[in-house]
Every structure is written in structure tokens, then in C-alpha cells.
Design a protein around this ligand. Structure first.
Ligand code: GRF
Length: 215
């Protein structure tokens, strides 16, 4: 079974979705640790309650990002993960860090990338008047909120939506697609093809490639 390490900064609801999928027998991975860059991250308690090892590498203790990145990588590598999962991890990671985890670092972003990288995605989607919004799981590259897309889910933007209602609708989809992306990774089904992710057919099911479309 593959080892994963989850990085969080706050609430940790995506982390919870991954823990729940494991507990339900729907995600055959070992969550070796949950690591936060903030000691007060609510998700640390949730993880500990689920019996998962937790650690904090407090970014405020480091003057330079390189120092933080190195300490974080040391902590992560102590758990020998096959995959590192960013789940609401709110620090920008340096190029060396990203390269070190090349091909085994996933992120979830609350927009349909490449639209709306960065912060305040729901507010910006409303301001632009888009009718379709959503979320994306992607492999991390040195460019912020950029990298080969594994899976996306789209939601309608409804008349009368505000930031909170739209965020809640998107978050429900985040909780569906992140376990799916990790499941594919765990089953060695993700392939890079000219910079795009292809999902190989389930070896047991036989058949064709499945496009990484919205469920
Ligand atoms: C999610 O919307 C995620 O897409 C973004 O930050 C939020 C984290 O939420 N990167 P949670 O901590 O998983 O509840």
C-alpha cells in the first residue's frame, strides 16, 4: 500500500474527505502523517482524533523560505511518502522543493484552472460573471496553481450566489475529486502524455483510457 503525507494549513476538510475514504475502504493508501505549517490548524486535531500522526513545521520560525522548505521536506521525508498531498496548504513552495517531489506532489485548487489561479477564486468568479466554476486537482510544478490536470469538477454559478454559497458548492465537489485523484495515483493509473495527464484503464476492468473529465 502506498504511503501518503497530507499537508494542511487550516480547517482540513479535504484531508477529512481523504481520511473518510480510507476509513470506508474506498482509498487503499496509508496516511502516514498530516503536517501543518500552522500550530493552530484545526485539521491537526481532526487528524489526531482519527489516530493519524501529526506534525507542525511552523513557517513563522524561519526567516527565509528556503529554510522552511528544507525543514518541511526533512519532516515529510521522515515518513517516506510515495505521494505528498497539498490540502489547503497555504504556503508557496520553492522550486527546489517542488522538483524534489516531482510527479508525486498533488494540489487541489478551488477553480477550473487555468482560470483564476491564486487567492479569492470564488469572489473573482462572481465578479467576472462566469456561469461555470469548479475545482481542479493537479500535479504541482514551480508555477503557482499550474501543472498537469488530473481531474476537475464543474458547478453552475446560480443567480443569487454569494462567495459563501458558491464556495460551499465547489467544496462538495473538492471532497469528491480529491479521493478519486489519489485513488488513481495509488493504483498507478496516472500517466503523463505530452504534459497532460491520462488515466490508464483499470487493469482489472480491461478496456480503454478514461479521460480525466468532471464526474
Ligand atoms: C480548499 O478550497 C482548497 O481547494 C483550497 O483551500 C481550501 C482548503 O479547505 N486550496 P480545507 O482546509 O480542505 O477545508
Amino acid at each position: 500500500m502506498k504511503n501518503i503525507v497530507i499537508l494542511i494549513s487550516g480547517r482540513g476538510s479535504n484531508m477529512e474527505a481523504l481520511i473518510a475514504a480510507c476509513a470506508a475502504g474506498e482509498l487503499p493508501v496509508n496516511i502516514a502523517a498530516v503536517i501543518s505549517n500552522r500550530p493552530d490548524a484545526r485539521g491537526l486535531e481532526t487528524a489526531a482524533r482519527a489516530g493519524i500522526v501529526t506534525r507542525c513545521v511552523d513557517h513563522s520560525a524561519f526567516a527565509l523560505r528556503e529554510g522552511f522548505d528544507a525543514a518541511l521536506a526533512d519532516c515529510i521525508d521522515g515518513f517516506a511518502p510515495d505521494l505528498v498531498v497539498l490540502a489547503g496548504f497555504m504556503r508557496i513552495l520553492g522550486d527546489d522543493f517542488v522538483r524534489h517531489y516531482g510527479g508525486r506532489l498533488l494540489n487541489i485548487h478551488p477553480s477550473l484552472l487555468p482560470a483564476f489561479p491564486g487567492l479569492h477564486t470564488h469572489r473573482r468568479a462572481l465578479d467576472e460573471g462566469v456561469r461555470i466554476h469548479g475545482c481542479t486537482v493537479h500535479f504541482v510544478t514551480p508555477a503557482l496553481d499550474h501543472g498537469p490536470i488530473v481531474i476537475q469538477a464543474a458547478v453552475a454559478v446560480l443567480d443569487g450566489d454569494d462567495e459563501a454559497t458558491l464556495a460551499a458548492r465547489v467544496l462538495r465537489q473538492e471532497h469528491r475529486i480529491y479521493p478519486q485523484a489519489v485513488r488513481w495515483f495509488a493504483a498507478d493509473r496516472l500517466r503523463l502524455d505530452a504534459g497532460c495527464v491520462r488515466v490508464a484503464a483499470d487493469a482489472d476492468a480491461g478496456g480503454v483510457l478514461i479521460a480525466p473529465a468532471a464526474p
